[in-house]
Design a protein around this ligand. Structure first.
Ligand SMILES: Cc1cc2nc3c(=O)[nH]c(=O)nc-3n(C[C@H](O)[C@H](O)[C@H](O)COP(=O)(O)OP(=O)(O)OC[C@H]3O[C@@H](n4cnc5c(N)ncnc54)[C@H](O)[C@@H]3O)c2cc1C
Length: 378
């Protein structure tokens, strides 16, 4: 077991850090403040080869290893987790395709992301089906060589910009049996409507909207895998994606920690820097310890993915522990900044707002604990 990054991983980390420092951090304030999608930054990430991180070279992706993927996401998230979320929506959407689609579908859709720089969305959540995926009500009915889709997906990242949607539905057969099935649905099809963009607590530089399907005629060749395989394909996709949510949370926590250390050394009260006060030192010590533990859990989870031995439990450990850490670290960071922590001009206010969603999306942290407990007890 080694704890050192390879030369290549270090180079990738530096590239991502330079990009985040020079191309995201100086500009992100206006996007966050005005809740704008940073399309210019997204285009630059694509130009620099820092997008579509999960896609292998054969489909035009960077073909990097999972540790490198996590390092890039950590660095981007240090500058803005909203940008990282927009970036990772393409990874999230590409997993079900890579896992379950026929070669011809991979060849058709993945290069739209890698070569044409387009966006895709992963459409699972519905207004009445969040944690309880089994209760989703979007349906598809097969008629000849097409399926007719009806239903609504909500809270879909990049929905306003997506060229296509990777969607989980229930296919209803003649006997009224319903089977989970995954599809790629082109945005341009008649009957696909995008809802109003959501206004959010954090991740304001990301796009979130609902997608409505009304009598949408989807070619049967756009089915991912067989009828009945959709649930498994989507869940396998999430095992790949959850450690990367951990990496986003880690970036947020690392940024809040670094800002807290600097501020504690500068801010004077009672005639001394507040870093001399033990109450502040203990908060910093806890931050450093929990951030390091998060990083190790994330790197173990991505290492298992890289080795081809994905683990539900480790994906959930990484996502859950790192996001709980990000919430705790950003809360303490606001505390260390005192009143200034509550003011938008200072960096920790945004980090605190962005941290919260990490405990919610891609399965809430309660659901991660359900997954872990199920794994233990089985
Ligand atoms: C900014 C943002 C971006 C998102 N992006 C996407 C996306 O791109 N694609 C997508 O499909 N979805 C996306 N989502 C949706 C997100 O994944 C869901 O919001 C999340 O899974 C929780 O579902 P819910 O909101 O319906 O909450 P609910 O499932 O209604 O949960 C409410 C509360 O009950 C708890 N709870 C529910 N069931 C259990 C249980 N069995 N045990 C213990 N506690 C339980 C939950 O933990 C939570 O605290 C996004 C959401 C947001 C806010």
């Amino acid at each position: 077991m080694g704890f050192q990054l390879t030369e290549e991983q270090n180079a990738i980390k530096s590239l991502a850090r330079d990009f985040a420092t020079n191309e995201i951090a100086p500009f992100i304030g206006k996007y966050d403040e005005r809740e704008l999608f940073p399309i210019e930054i997204m285009k630059k990430l694509h130009e620099y080869g820092l997008s579509n991180l999960a896609i292998p070279e054969q489909y035009g992706g960077p073909g990097i290893d999972r540790v490198s993927h996590a390092l890039i996401i950590e660095e981007i998230s240090k500058a803005c987790a909203g940008v990282a979320t927009g970036l990772e929506a393409n990874s999230l959407s590409s997993y079900p395709i890579l896992i379950g689609a026929r070669e011809e579908l991979k060849q058709k859709y993945l290069p739209k992301l890698t070569e044409e720089g387009k966006f895709a969305s992963f459409a699972l959540t519905e207004p009445e089906a969040g944690s309880d995926v089994s209760s989703l009500t979007t349906t598809a009915k097969k008629i000849d060589d097409h399926y007719i889709l009806n239903g609504e997906k909500c809270f879909i990242t990049n929905a306003s910009y997506a060229d296509f949607f990777v969607v989980l539905v229930k296919v209803q057969n003649e006997n009224n049996e319903k089977r989970f099935t995954a599809f790629i649905v082109d945005r341009e099809l008649n009957g696909v409507t995008i809802g109003e963009k959501e206004k959010k607590l954090g991740l304001r530089a990301s796009d979130t909207a609902s997608v409505i399907f009304e009598e949408v005629n989807v070619p049967a060749i756009n089915r991912i895998g067989e009828e009945g395989e959709g649930f498994k394909i989507f869940m396998k996709g999430l095992i790949n994606a959850r450690p990367m949510v951990g990496a986003q949370a880690l970036g947020i926590a690392q940024a809040a920690y670094e800002a807290s250390v600097s501020y504690a050394k500068e801010r004077k009260q009672f005639g001394q820097p507040i870093s001399k006060i033990q109450a502040i030192q203990f908060m910093l010590a806890n931050m450093a310890m929990e951030i390091e533990a998060s990083r190790l859990l994330i790197h173990k989870a991505v290492h298992l993915l890289q080795e081809g031995t994905p683990s539900d439990q480790h994906a959930s450990f990484a996502k859950c522990f790192a996001s709980d850490t990000a919430m705790k670290v950003t809360t303490d960071a606001v505390q260390i900044f005192g009143g200034y922590g509550f003011i938008r001009e200072y960096p920790v206010e945004k980090l605190f707002r962005d941290a919260k969603i990490m405990q919610i999306y891609e399965g809430t942290n309660q659901i991660q604990r359900v997954v872990i407990a199920k794994d233990i007890l089985n």
